[in-house]
Design a protein around this ligand. Sequence first.
Ligand code: NAD
Length: 493
Amino acid sequence: MLGNLVRGDLLRSLNFIAGQWRPAAGGQELAVIDPATLQAVAQVADSGADDARAALEAAQAAFPAWRGRTGRERAQLLKKWHALIVAHQEDLARIISSEQGKPLAEARGEVLYGASYVEWFAEEATRTHGELIPEPVRGRKLMAVNEPVGVVAAITPWNFPLAMIARKLAPALAAGCTVVAKPAEDTPLTAAALVALAQEAGFPPGTINLVLASRARTPEVVDVWLADPRVRKITFTGSTPVGKHLARASAQTLKKLSLELGGNAPFIVFEDADLAAAVEGLMVSKFRNGGQTCVCPNRVYVHEAVHDRFVELLAARVAALHVGPATDPRSQIGPMINARAVDKIDRHVRDALARGARVVTGGRILQAPDVPGRGHYYAPTVLVGATPDMELACEETFGPVVPVFRFAGEEEVVRLANDTPFGLAAYFFSRDAARIWRVADQLEAGIVGVNEGALAAEAAPFGGVKESGYGREGSRHGLEDYQHVKYVCQGGL
Ligand code: NAD
């Protein structure tokens, strides 16, 4: 029972609006399911338009006082929140694992990763410098100042239930914005626990408002925010179709947007690569969170001269991965988030096999007795003989599947890597210094990993190009996304 493992008042099932925990106005509830057992972990509020409006009213009411605080005052609260998140690492990790399924060790890592953004933006809150612009005409002073955009609506996915919301709330609050947030329907408990710690840190009522909703009722909630001109910004991480819908719908009131959408990351192993390092880089980047990461390599291109050796090394590592529930300390791959996710992975693998790919390891849904319980498991998989016409080459699989493509030349592989509407992350391994510059320059991606598989860091700008979206999270750019620039010109001097 989760209740016995976690500090009781962190298990919240209600909306948080204007500093109070409230049930959904209509009284509806939604079950949160543990993907390892398919058992309900909790019942939470299933909200609608009235709750969305109440949250927005609260955020709007809190905005003038919050923006009126100094950066240092906002930073102090963010630092307290950071300390509380770190102090409750174990509680938060258990909540993440129980509703999202990632192994406990990874969940602990996610807590610290999410917390690092809170700390980073606490520091950035005190550095929102503007500019004094040299006057082109005598007798005037020209200034540019950074101001918070206003109320921000944050909509987050299930794959990193703590880090994704922390990465949005921290910069918004640091900039002086107030927030209405709607976490993914699969993982509301983590978001609610994070907000409970923010309440404990002492953020004023209305600065952070949380509205929980099922997938069916989510549009009811978000449509209120999309239509209302008082919401000045939408920040979203999730699928490209939903991101495009948000962009279209917010055009009506010309909101500022940050969209971190799907990827289709290439991972290239050149003939001059350190193969052991490339295998390690792929294991780290591909199998984190069971492959359910937007920056996961989705297409692995290996030069024909090293193809067979690389596949051999990789398959040995992949076949040895332990699949099981988060509660088993041996687990390296947990269950997939839901049945829809497993169906998509299996559809991609079946399609690849029908078009000529071959399974080296894995390639199937895992059920008892291979795994305990009735969870949504998929075997870690390596396929060879992948080709560009396969579904898995066109769309992210979001699961533990590595399709290996063979290539012969640099120009060819860069063209193949860029042949996608997406552009979030790209990776390559090479020991040729000139090639490293050339290829990094040519890859169409917002994030490029060179001889490295783990790229995310709070100090670095994270975000995509093309249909992977726009806006950056982390770094100083992460704060700019929640600000606008006001030009002030004083005359008569
Ligand atoms: P999704 O885009 O459907 O959901 C993400 C968030 O958007 C959730 O909070 C959801 O409730 C909300 N949402 C859904 N429909 C909405 C609507 N009409 N209006 C407003 N908000 C809405 O993503 P998903 O179903 O969780 O995953 C589907 C695919 O998206 C995955 O297979 C993967 O390819 C991609 N994905 C990407 C990321 C990422 O980090 N970039 C994260 C999760 C999923």
